[in-house]
Design a protein around this ligand. Structure first.
Ligand SMILES: Nc1nc2c(ncn2[C@@H]2O[C@H](COP(=O)(O)OP(=O)(O)OP(=O)(O)O)[C@@H](O)[C@H]2O)c(=O)[nH]1
Length: 872
């Protein structure tokens, strides 16, 4: 046993002065000098017994004597287990004493009397054991005896170094721990049990540390709050109390161990609590893991972050990684939302706020009150193939004559009757600028009539129309126009159409081809009959008694009438006096003016009229809805307005890296600013989109302001204040003060009534803004044979080998195929005469302005720069 105990430790344990222990020790023959002297564990035990019993105990003596005796008697077996056994047995005696004392929790003061009683008991036992041991010394030790469950007397001593280590262990543990020196199995077993009860982190600490919290709460009693204690425990012989699950305890005051112990412990406690507060505040939102969100289509980054319960920076970072530079106020597009939902593992449902203010299209099929309605026909086709003429022929009215330039400028709608059956026609213009309007036309169209001039055949716009028709899914009838012409080739047209999926019925296909002549009126009836037949098959229906729903095909601001819209009723009956909403416009129907300029009181399904009474000009293609009252109409319009504004903002604030790069590039573009005013909405959109298409890498048009209505002083002012700006009016003209103001400010107003002319003029303006382009024209080459130095420079004596050398142009010197100089030709001489040019095979002298580094073997080339006509 290597463990030593200091005298003052024993003194403290027994509650007596150290010098008394020293004295008792010397009485016992143990050599100790001072309180700091050490004694062996066995000596300590003997000493304690001696002090407690007031007499020299037999045990220490016997401890010393017995082995000596055994050793002296039987030296040969001194190293046998028997010897150890004897020691163990004697130790056990002590252990029992100690345990009994501990179990009964005898106060130190009472210990002495109690111990005496126990001692008597034990003495007997120990004597018996000793004699038994002695008897067995010479005999073979029985195996059974060897398996002694009691491991012997253990002194559990709190060691100083261990105390130090314990500073790192939380107070809670420190307070309930006992220091112990145990057998390896005991440690393992107890640690194992403890592990199952405690958190992994705690268990880890225990296995690492020397202080083992093996007894949990039950051993708290054993733990003594005094330093340097000697506690005698028998870990095996006594029945251990079943370990109870550790109860969380209130942390005790730090043990007063060392001067700095408290200093260390105090701040630690505060820190923990503050950390806890922090963690709580942080972890609270994290607890709410969002797995599903409902968001509007237009949502800003910060709103999305809020919905997801995540920091805005997380969202921005993900977007940034994707190359999207977005701020918290930017709107997220559908793609971005999809990516983010995947990134954050959130199911996103986009709720369209528009649903709030748009009615679902009624299912007419299921409406029992629905009755047949007339078909709505759109006539489409390539420019000049005769759409307007055909419609005129149908209506028996000549519209073409009154139109400026003979081109239909905007959508019109008319209803005619064929044998008492109404048919509504939408006349869409053939110009490419109106393609998107045609698209709208198909939205309300039941049947599409494609006009193809039989003498011209399928043209690019015809193909475009075929595509649109296919997309719309509406049945198609082909009108083979201009059949009166001798050059008409209907079969050629049929073949071309068939190539594009429009198979004629007489060729076994499903598309009716009707030969017509808008000029002679031939085939018109046939066409109308076919339209009615097709309509019959479609079984078109509408409920006349429902709330009206109409499609806007055209809109404008009219003098005296205000905003007006040409509509085709899709369902219900539109009446004068109805409250209506049309996009963000609303109002009460003041008047309904039909195609014959007559006021009507009601408008039945599939019929068309101009509606007056709206507060603003609605966009064409918008749906007009009748509402119960003005309040409702206004509310709807306001919501829609808000929605539109939101959408507008969303487009203007969104920017990606790509956008930014293109914006920088755009900044370098020369821009022609345009202020545009038109009579009707359709023309405005068409001209705007056409103008936007007028651009190349160098120049472009920027419509800085546009609107429906007359030219105002504001428009003039705007143009006056902008550089490179032009004021364009389409079917509108400046009058009175506006004209005067423009003249005064020197603002030129260009007005047009034909879209081609407007676009041609703007193209011309843009071309004027473009930098001139030059092409190079090589005239010829000459080889340098010799050089002569003159005061003006160097003369190169050459022979023209290709084409001719020309004076007044540019010249370049080529050495071994590489251009080494480019400049002006100063003089070109044939012998002594200045010449304008030298032909192939002739010798000449060349002087290049400011350059004399010419050597024999160089090639001199003359060329001209020719300015090219630039076009857009
Ligand atoms: N010979 C002959 N000429 C026709 C016929 N139909 C139209 N035209 C002529 O073709 C030209 C163009 O006719 P429009 O009706 O203006 O053609 P459009 O397709 O409406 O033209 P945009 O409005 O510019 O798209 C006019 O000069 C018509 O007189 C026809 O059946 N026979």
């Amino acid at each position: 046993m290597t463990e030593k105990v200091r005298v003052h430790e024993i003194a403290k344990e027994l509650g007596i002065a150290s010098k008394d222990v020293v004295k008792k020790a010397s009485d016992m023959g143990i050599e100790v000098k001072s309180a700091n002297s050490t004694v062996s564990m066995q000596e300590a035990e003997g000493l304690m017994n001696y002090i407690l019993n007031g007499e020299v105990a037999e045990t220490p003596v016997s401890i010393n004597a017995a082995p000596a005796k055994v050793e002296s008697d039987t030296p040969s077996i001194s190293e046998t287990p028997v010897h150890n056994e004897v020691k163990k047995e004697t130790s056990d005696v002590k252990e029992v004493v100690s345990n009994k004392l501990n179990e009964e929790e005898i106060p130190v003061e009472q210990a002495s009397s109690k111990k005496e009683e126990i001692k008597e008991e034990i003495k007997e036992e120990s004597k018996a054991k000793l004699s038994e041991t002695n008897n067995t010394t010479l005999n073979i030790v029985e195996p059974k005896k060897m398996v002694i469950k009691r491991s012997g007397l253990k002194i559990v001593k709190k060691k100083k170094p261990r105390v130090e280590e314990n500073f790192s262990i939380p107070e809670k543990q420190a307070s309930i721990s006992s220091y112990g020196k145990m057998s390896a199995e005991a440690l393992e077993e107890l640690a194992g049990k403890k592990k199952s009860k405690q958190h992994t982190a705690t268990a880890k600490k225990q296995t690492q540390g020397t202080k083992i919290d093996v007894f949990g709460g039950s051993m708290a009693d054993v733990s003594m709050d005094m330093d340097n204690q000697v506690t005698l425990l028998d870990l095996n012989s006594t029945e251990r109390r079943e370990m109870m699950p550790e109860q969380p305890r209130k942390p005790r005051e730090p043990k007063p161990i060392g001067r700095n112990a408290n200093k260390k412990a105090a701040p630690r406690g505060r820190k923990v609590s503050r950390d806890k507060r922090k963690t709580y505040a942080k972890s609270k939102p994290e607890d709410l893991i969002v797995t599903h969100v409902e968001i509007p289509e237009d949502i800003r980054v910060y709103e999305f972050a809020e919905k997801l319960n995540r920091p805005i920076s997380d969202i921005i970072k993900v977007l940034f990684d994707l190359g999207l530079m977005m701020t918290k106020n930017d709107f997220l597009g559908n793609d971005e939302i999809e990516i983010l939902s995947e990134e954050f593992d959130v199911e996103v449902t986009i709720v369209d706020p528009k649903d709030e203010f748009t009615h679902d299209e009624e299912d007419i099929e299921e409406d029992v009150d629905a009755t047949p309605r007339p078909p709505v026909i759109t006539i489409m086709g390539h420019v000049d193939h005769g759409k307007t003429s055909l419609l005129d022929a149908i209506r028996e009215a000549k519209v073409t004559d009154v139109e400026a330039g003979g081109i239909t400028q905007h959508i019109g709608a008319y209803t005619i009757e064929q044998h008492g059956k109404p048919i509504t026609f939408i006349d869409t213009p053939g110009h490419a600028a109106f393609s998107h309007m045609r698209q709208r036309g198909t939205d309300v169209t039941d049947i599409i009539v494609i006009v193809v001039a039989a003498d011209d055949g399928v043209k690019p716009q015809t193909l475009e129309v075929i595509k649109l028709a296919k997309e719309s899914g509406a049945p198609v009838i082909v009108a083979l126009n201009k059949m009166d012409k001798e050059t008409a080739q209907p079969d050629m047209v049929k073949g071309q159409m068939a190539e594009h999926g429009m198979n004629p019925t007489d060729w076994g296909g499903d598309v009716e081809f009707i030969p017509v002549s808008a000029k002679s009126g031939m085939g018109i009836d046939d066409l109308l009959e076919n339209i009615l037949l097709t309509a019959d098959v479609l079984e078109l229906k509408a409920n006349e008694n429902a709330m009206a729903r109409a499609a806007v095909v055209e809109s404008s601001l009219e003098k005296g009438r205000g905003p007006v819209a040409t509509v085709i009723v899709q369902n219900g009956t539109l009446k004068v006096g109805d409250y209506v909403v049309c996009g963000s416009a609303y109002g009460r129907v003041k008047a309904l003016i039909d195609e014959n300029n007559k006021q009507v009181k009601t408008l039945l399904p599939s019929h068309t009229a101009v509606v007056a009474g709206l507060n603003e000009v609605p966009s064409s293609g918008e749906i007009m809805m009748a509402m119960v009252n003005e309040k409702e109409a206004k509310e709807y319009a306001l919501k829609r307005h808000e929605y539109d504004r939101h959408k507008e903002l969303s487009h203007s604030t969104k920017s990606s890296l790509e956008d930014m790069t293109s914006m920088i590039a755009e900044g370098k573009l020369k821009t022609l600013k345009v202020v545009l005013k038109t009579d009707v909405h359709g023309s405005l959109e068409a001209i705007k989109s056409s103008l936007n298409e007028l651009r190349n890498d160098e120049v472009k048009v920027n419509v800085i302001s546009s609107g429906v209505g007359g030219i105002t002083e504001n428009d003039v002012e705007l143009v006056n204040n902008s550089e490179n700006c032009v004021l364009l009016g389409f079917n509108v003209r400046p009058t009175g003060s506006v004209k005067a103001s423009a003249k005064q400010k020197n603002v030129e107003i260009k007005t047009y009534s034909i879209i081609y002319q407007l676009l041609d003029d703007i193209t011309g303006m843009l071309t004027g803004m473009m930098s001139p382009k030059y092409t190079e024209e090589n005239t010829g080459q000459a080889e340098v044979r010799d050089t002569f130095k003159i005061p003006k420079g160097m003369v190169a004596g050459c022979v023209v080998v290709d084409g001719k050398l020309v004076r007044g142009g540019m010249v370049r010197v080529i050495r071994e195929g590489v251009v080494i100089y480019e400049g002006k030709l100063t003089s070109l001489k044939r012998f002594k005469d200045d010449v304008e040019e030298i032909g192939n095979g002739y010798e000449c002298g060349v002087v290049i302005s400011g350059y004399d580094d010419i050597i024999a073997g160089d090639v001199i080339e003359t060329f001209k720069k020719v300015e090219q006509k630039v076009s857009l």
